[in-house]
Design a protein around this ligand. Structure first.
Ligand SMILES: NC(=O)CC[C@H](N)C(=O)O
Length: 252
């Protein structure tokens, strides 16, 4: 199974490093023809307008749309989520091209600008059920988007509370502000068939459950297409703990 990581801009190296820690080689994708040699794709975070301009320059949009249309597994993180959405609001003047395919509307900078970036513990029942580990995940939100609306075929994997009068200041999940049932929530992770999307950056943490979850999705897709081998398996988590960190300090 070859996993591609769109490597135009943003945190593609961090995704490749996370895959390596799970024993999987990530292939940096910069040209349309490279998409033919991979069976799944990660679109990293970064800056979606810039990424869109680069994708346009390299004539990647038609091949990326085709890849999604073929039902191949694709995971978009942050700017990658914006890329996958059918509709984005809060875009820069002139808008930007999207790949589309994910039946949702995102707000491009829902939580505000760089200085409003934050970390929060997010409950992840589905991921914890499949991957084990703690029931929550440390989400790193950097100029993060959020999902405002989803279509009927979209499963919500994570949401977080936001204060109702000022959506740009997220309410912490721990602490006294949490009032069950009284706060509004905004969606930050979804799955629609073989499309996965997160508004935060799992590649910037040492918790690889989202990567492992995506690899399993990709493997299932491979099995369905009765194609060849798989490199990730139930033993991947123990493999992870045995490996020595060999790249970014972030993973130590
Ligand atoms: N960390 C990120 O990927 C931020 C995405 C950013 N809001 C954008 O428009 O692209």
């Amino acid at each position: 199974m070859a996993v591609g990581v769109l490597a135009l801009q943003g945190s593609f190296n961090e995704h490749i490093a996370a895959l390596r820690r799970l024993g999987v080689k990530g292939i940096a994708i910069r040209k349309p023809e490279q998409l033919e040699s991979i069976s799944s794709l990660i679109i990293p975070g970064g800056e979606s307008t810039t990424m869109a301009k680069l994708a346009e320059y390299h004539n990647l949009f038609p091949a990326l749309r085709e890849f999604v249309k073929m039902g191949k597994p694709v995971w978009g993180t942050c700017a990658g989520l914006i890329f996958l959405a059918n509709k984005a609001t809060g875009q820069k003047t002139g808008g930007q091209e999207l790949i589309g395919g994910l039946d949702c509307t995102v707000h491009r900078n829902f939580f505000g600008s760089q200085i409003q970036s934050f970390e929060a513990e997010i409950p992840i029942p589905e991921i914890a059920d499949k991957e084990g580990g703690p029931p929550s995940f440390r989400g790193v939100f950097i100029r993060a988007p959020a999902i405002l609306e989803v279509g009927p075929g979209v499963e919500v994997l994570a949401d977080i509370p936001v204060s109702s009068e000022k959506s740009s200041s997220p309410v912490t999940l721990q602490g006294e502000e949490e009032k069950a049932g009284s706060e509004e929530k905004v969606i930050v992770a979804v799955r629609q068939g073989k499309l996965l999307a997160t508004a935060f950056h799992p590649e910037l943490t040492a918790d690889f459950r989202w990567h492992s979850y995506f690899l399993k999705m990709a493997n299932e897709a491979g099995d369905e297409a009765s194609s060849s081998s798989s490199t990730i398996n139930e033993g991947s988590s123990s493999l992870l703990s045995e490996r020595t960190p060999n790249d970014l300090p972030i993973f130590q």
